[in-house]
Design a protein around this ligand. Structure first.
Ligand SMILES: Nc1ncnc2c1ncn2[C@@H]1O[C@H](COP(=O)(O)OP(=O)(O)O)[C@@H](O)[C@H]1O
Ligand SMILES: O=C(O)C1=C[C@@H](OP(=O)(O)O)[C@@H](O)[C@H](O)C1
Ligand SMILES: [Mg+2]
Length: 303
């Protein structure tokens, strides 16, 4: 069951949760949640049918100049792709889903900044709604169920808004009602191999992720085994997302044998590619459906 009226008293800007542009503002139906009006209108959007952006190039790992050029290329590609996607999204929100450590918060922030959307991290919103400084503390003082109820309330409140990128918590996918909320926008699954997740988490520690926190043991091994269990329990819940962004696929396109070579920007660019393809397919399907319905009407009229 959902927590009744989390009442997001969101001082989002002051608390540093929103990273979008600060012009204007939209009043949310829940009253106190204000999000900045996106800069979308000011961005020159590229109409459908425009030239496709060049495919990702394989990166070489030599010298400083090369790296600088790669970063500049990446930033330009990201910007161009975001301009196209802005058009296709037409104000719809983007929800990032994926296992803990998959990069939802990191990649989501990049996507929001370049789209001119506001960014929200659902974990941070739950912390704020409950009035506690960390998810770990919420689990400890209350329970996982209490956290999940608040997580659903936060997603419900966000689902009535537009022009947001939302980084969800890794477990948000397990409740069907959360999908009802996320399906109001477009969902992106960051699919990262367990080994890479465990490496990332071992690097930063598990204190902020209560489901992985272990008092002892080798951090990588402990994280890997817990993540494997969770992945099994969650089955294919992540596959409900509208698009899947596979780090293994990106790495192989770029000629890398290891996903750890991929930057968050690479992943944001691929997410935009996938969103664009999804919306185009959806549009084509709708057009086919419309023309079928039209022919049927015409046939009936001639009878
Ligand atoms: N592409 C990447 N390459 C290397 N480390 C990354 C990448 N994306 C995220 N990280 C790191 O992995 C950790 C988890 O990322 P985060 O964005 O918090 O994931 P999530 O929100 O999905 O749990 C962070 O320490 C972050 O800096
Ligand atoms: O997978 C999960 O069940 C969780 C993921 C966490 O968010 P991140 O995926 O951002 O780490 C956070 O919501 C909580 O610790 C539970
Ligand atoms: Mg996160």
């Amino acid at each position: 069951m959902e927590a009744g009226g989390v009442g997001l008293a969101l001082q989002t800007r002051a608390a540093g949760f929103g990273t979008g542009p600060r012009r204007g503002g939209l009043q949310s139906p829940i009253g106190s949640l204000r999000v900045a009006e996106p800069a979308g209108a000011a961005v020159a959007v590229r109409a459908r049918g425009s030239k496709p952006v060049a495919p990702l190039r394989a990166k070489k790992s030599s010298g400083g100049h090369e790296n600088l050029h790669n970063s500049v290329d990446e930033a330009l590609l990201l910007k161009r792709k975001s301009e196209e996607v802005l058009f296709y999204l037409n104000g719809r929100c983007v929800y990032l889903v994926g296992m803990m450590g998959s990069g939802k918060s990191t990649v989501g922030k990049i996507m929001s900044e370049v789209l001119g959307y506001s960014f929200f991290d659902s974990d941070k919103l739950v912390e704020q709604a409950v009035g506690m400084p960390s998810v770990a503390q919420i689990f400890k003082v209350h329970s996982e169920a209490f956290f999940r109820d608040n997580e659903s309330s936060v997603l419900r409140d966000l689902s009535s808004m537009r022009r947001l990128v939302v980084a969800t918590g890794g477990g948000a996918v397990i409740r069907p009602v959360n999908w009802k909320y996320m399906k109001k926008g477009l969902s992106v699954w960051l699919d990262v191999p367990l080994d890479a997740l465990a490496r990332r988490i071992a690097k930063v520690g598990t204190a902020s992720r209560p489901l992985l926190d272990q008092p002892s043991g080798d951090p990588y091994t402990m994280a890997f085994s817990k993540l494997s269990m969770l992945a099994e329990q969650r089955g294919d819940a992540y596959a409900n997302a509208d698009v899947r962004v596979s780090l293994e696929e990106i790495a192989s396109k770029q000629g890398h044998d290891d996903v750890s070579k991929l930057t968050p920007t690479d992943i944001a660019i691929e997410s935009f590619h996938k969103i664009e393809s999804f919306v185009l397919e959806q549009t084509a399907d709708n057009a086919a459906g419309d023309s079928q319905a039209e022919s049927q009407v015409q046939r009936m009229q001639t009878l």
